[in-house]
Write a protein that binds this ligand. Sequence first.
Ligand SMILES: *[C@@H]1O[C@H](CO)[C@@H](O)[C@H](O)[C@H]1NC(C)=O
Ligand SMILES: *[C@@H]1O[C@H](CO)[C@@H](O)[C@H](O)[C@H]1NC(C)=O
Ligand SMILES: *[C@@H]1O[C@H](CO)[C@@H](O)[C@H](O)[C@H]1NC(C)=O
Ligand SMILES: *[C@@H]1O[C@H](CO)[C@@H](O)[C@H](O)[C@H]1NC(C)=O
Ligand SMILES: *[C@@H]1O[C@H](CO)[C@@H](O)[C@H](O)[C@H]1NC(C)=O
Ligand SMILES: [Ca+2]
Length: 527
Amino acid sequence: MLYLVALLLHCLPLAMGQYDICKSWVTTDDGPSWEFYACQPKAMRMKDYVTVRVDPAGITCGDPPERFCTHENPYLCSDECDASNPDLAHPPKLMFDSEDEGLATYWQSVTWRRYPEPLLANITLSWNKSIELTDDIVITFEYGRPTIMMLEKSLDNGRTWHPYQYYADDCMEAFSMPARRVRDLSTTSANRVLCTEEYSRWAGSKKEKTVRFEVRDRFAIFAGPDLKNMDNLYTRLESAKGLKDFFTVTDLRMRLLRPALGGTYVQRENLYKYFYAVSNIEVTGRCKCNLHANLCTFKEGSLQCECEHNTTGQDCGKCKKNFRSRSWRAGSYLPLPNGSPNACAAAGSAFGNCECYGHSHRCSYIDFLNVVTCVSCKHNTRGQHCQHCRLGFYRNSSAELDDENVCIECNCNQIGSMHDRCNETGYCECKEGATGPKCDDCLPNYYWRQGCFPNVCDDELLLCQNGGTCYQNQRCVCPVGFKGVLCQQSRCEADKKDCDGAPSTHSSLRTLLLGALALQLRGWVDL
Ligand SMILES: *[C@@H]1O[C@H](CO)[C@@H](O)[C@H](O)[C@H]1NC(C)=O
Ligand SMILES: *[C@@H]1O[C@H](CO)[C@@H](O)[C@H](O)[C@H]1NC(C)=O
Ligand SMILES: *[C@@H]1O[C@H](CO)[C@@H](O)[C@H](O)[C@H]1NC(C)=O
Ligand SMILES: *[C@@H]1O[C@H](CO)[C@@H](O)[C@H](O)[C@H]1NC(C)=O
Ligand SMILES: *[C@@H]1O[C@H](CO)[C@@H](O)[C@H](O)[C@H]1NC(C)=O
Ligand SMILES: [Ca+2]
């Protein structure tokens, strides 16, 4: 059975399409075996896999229901948007449905009733997966294109955003940028972020409805007008820094900054004709699988590469377990026409046996021990295979051995701990009286002062005597007539002269005075 499949694969011609297959069964002088190639999934209609978010809240029309009119019929304001009526509602999902012949379905914003406050809306598309654009992004606006808008992209699932293209009927006025056209870009500026006036001017709302992000025109700079010379494009994608990333996104955001004005200035007496309406957003691209997969499937709500070449991960961005004898690399379009698979290799051969879990790129043979060992383990690892943590670090139990975060610093308190090593769960070894995982706390009946010391006094067993007060468990503050660690000793007993001949009345007066003094002293201490 396997053999049959293999034979079938063998018969598939490579010319089926560039980089379409990841491996084939070939017969060589040494017998039949697998041959591997760089491969990538087919381009797909990415709007089928997107999640959308429209901001700010309340920007979608129809709640409460409202009337609007169009630039063609500015005084016939009989159209209505009503979110509670399916026939009159315009929710965001209508930007991604398939358009039947005839009637367009569209998302629509509220009207510009708050003029002169700007009418702003963000439409954010997220895939939770890296996508490589293969064709133009085409946004279709009903009732006129925005006079100012911006396209932004994210490469990290929406954590950071970058401008992708600016659109305005007057680029200088809107963005202080000169207007340019993608067609005029050169091989060295193909990934320039520019402002274009080609998609913002008024041409009648029925006539020109689309706003484009020109991917094909940029490809054509390398591959020629009909994209015939794709080899040249692929070569450039490998060699020109940042070019591949320019066409890669995880998220896109349309920032709508000013609606269509119908070719004139804003007419304040009729604000019902200013709004945004988007009927379709077409995004064509392929899953980014680092040239290690030719299939990408939609599983549990996310796109996922079906990784080959013994790679794994959502983008095939790392080597599978037990295939880490050399560090992971993306496949390459070069050399033409089949590229290089740069497959992950199993631990097997003599030198291949030296796995370093990705913490070192170098092995060395130690002659007198007859072993191969990893050199200069990074990420705070050590050992023959960089499989241990350096002293002063411990193993992160939620991280795999090849994770950069595999070793966590012990971080023992320098004063409270015996040394800066810790056990497998990050506990340091504490000096007497100290406690806590990092030895930065004291046990009960100890106080902290550059380390832990046993309490001298407290409120329970080691009470200060004779009206003395305990200062931060460190010492008793004694009234004038007393001394000793717990003020237990009367100065009279220690020094008879002090009390000799003093009448008892005087003595009691003195005690009173001392009590007052002690109270005052306590107040001072508390301050
Ligand atoms: C749109 O997104 C940008 C960031 O990309 C943000 O600064 C802006 O406030 C958002 N606008 C609205 C109306 O949510
Ligand atoms: C994004 O994709 C990852 C990997 O497939 C998955 O674990 C995660 O749950 C997804 N997140 C969302 C918000 O769908
Ligand atoms: C991946 O590993 C399997 C064994 O699990 C092996 O048969 C196959 O040839 C390997 N593929 C590559 C591209 O190295
Ligand atoms: C442990 O590893 C996980 C997975 O890489 C990482 O998210 C986490 O931050 C690590 N913990 C510490 C304390 O570094
Ligand atoms: C590490 O030390 C703490 C405290 O002494 C202890 O509770 C824990 O079980 C130790 N962990 C291991 C793996 O020995
Ligand atoms: Ca639609």
